[in-house]
Design a binder for this molecule. Structure first.
Ligand code: KG4
Ligand code: ZN
Length: 354
């Protein structure tokens, strides 16, 4: 099955609260994707504690990498290059992955390819085969190639980009305040749903009426592709405080559904507008919030109505993982990107920067 021209990437991701490693062939085929999540550990503090995250990454990283190679049935010698997330993210967390990747690359004489975390999220859309994926899943959508429009919605980022080529982005819209995932997390905390909030709100909203509460939809004057979620978040918090003051019971399901509906509307309208305006015909979503069931349903419907081909990663590839880093590293590797032993963690690395 091995072909001399094949490129096998061993990828490492440790930018936030998941320690992850994966083996990816030619940027599209995932052989293994091991994720050691720290969520349970951070839940008791209501969010990620950076020092604890770094320590846990150090404890987990060796077994996660060994596990990824073992699951792929490969040895380090058979790997072509080592890919690693070097930013953006928590500096202490990123450093664990970067130091590990440098050590492995140095010891094995393999090239080192640093990857932008968000470029990784976008590249999750290139993955067409995954362990356990059924034939139906694979034929679900044809292989995605640039150019396309991508909405990137995670805990720290909300960007609307034109993916001109592999690893080449034009940022056409961004959030002016909170990231979409951050809004989900804050609202979830306010109604006592806990951390991480996105999946909890998604679940609660399934039982609720999305039109029960009319929350504001913010537009940014003169910037049709920009987002703003702080006004919506404040409106939700005001609603909760008001209800508490009046001694009224809050229907969490209705509140979750109405809030989620407002976020989804903002995301879908701008992304579809961009896809129409830029004429790419293809629209993709990426990042943790891209696993939101209401967003996926609304985007699918809007794409059908507007004649756009819709791409979305498997939910496990939306939240942080190393398979997406392996996919992005492959295209960087093909372009000739190589990093030296001076590669450092860059907590505020900008998209498109090297
Ligand atoms: O991409 P990701 O795993 O990490 C970052 O790079 O930030 O995204 C995490 C974010 C969190 O804010 C989480 O609440 C949100 O993605 N999220 C969701 C869902 N699953 C995760 N938000 C809405 N609905 C979901 N189903
Ligand atoms: Zn992420």
């Amino acid at each position: 099955m091995m072909n001399g021209n094949d490129v096998w990437i061993l990828a490492i991701e440790s930018s936030c609260d998941e320690t992850a490693a994966a083996v990816v062939r030619n940027g599209r085929e995932v052989l293994s994707n091991v994720i050691a999540s720290q969520i349970a550990l951070h839940t008791q503090f209501g969010g990620v504690v950076p020092e604890i995250a770094s320590r846990k990454h150090i404890e987990q990283i060796n077994q996660v990498i060994t596990g990824a190679l073992k699951e792929a049935g490969m040895t380090l010698e058979e790997i072509t290059a080592i890919g690693v997330t070097y930013g953006p993210g928590l500096v202490g967390a990123l450093l664990v992955g970067v130091a590990e990747a440098k050590a492995i690359a140095y010891a094995s004489g393999k090239p080192l390819v640093g990857v932008h975390h968000i470029e990784g999220h976008v590249a999750a859309n290139f993955i067409t085969s995954y362990p356990g994926m059924s034939a139906g899943d694979i034929s679900r959508q044809p292989e995605l190639e640039p150019p396309f429009i991508c909405l990137i919605v995670s805990g720290g980022h909300t960007h609307l980009v034109v993916v001109k080529d592999y690893g080449e982005f034009d940022i056409i819209g961004r959030t002016r305040d909170d990231a979409a995932g951050e809004a989900f997390d804050k609202v979830a905390r306010a109604v006592g749903l806990g951390y991480p909030g996105g999946p909890k709100v998604d679940q609660a909203a399934k039982e609720g009426n999305p039109h029960a509460i009319e929350f504001p939809r913010a537009r940014v004057e003169g910037a049709p592709y920009d987002f703003s979620f702080s006004g919506l978040k404040s409106a939700v918090l005001n609603y909760i405080n008001h209800a508490k003051m009046m001694g009224e019971e809050i229907c969490v399901a209705d509140l979750a559904a109405s809030f989620q509906n407002a976020v989804v509307e903002a995301l879908v309208s701008r992304t579809v507008l961009a896809a129409r305006e830029y004429g790419t015909g293809k629209l993709a979503i990426a990042g943790g919030v891209a696993s939101n069931s209401a967003l996926r349903a609304a985007m699918a419907k809007a794409c059908t109505e507007n004649g756009l081909q819709f791409y979305y990663p498997d939910p496990i590839l939306c939240t942080d993982n190393a398979a997406m880093i392996g996919a992005a590293a492959y295209y960087e590797y093909r372009k000739g990107t190589r990093h030296g032993w001076d590669l450092n963690a860059i907590p505020n690395l900008k998209l498109g920067e090297r």
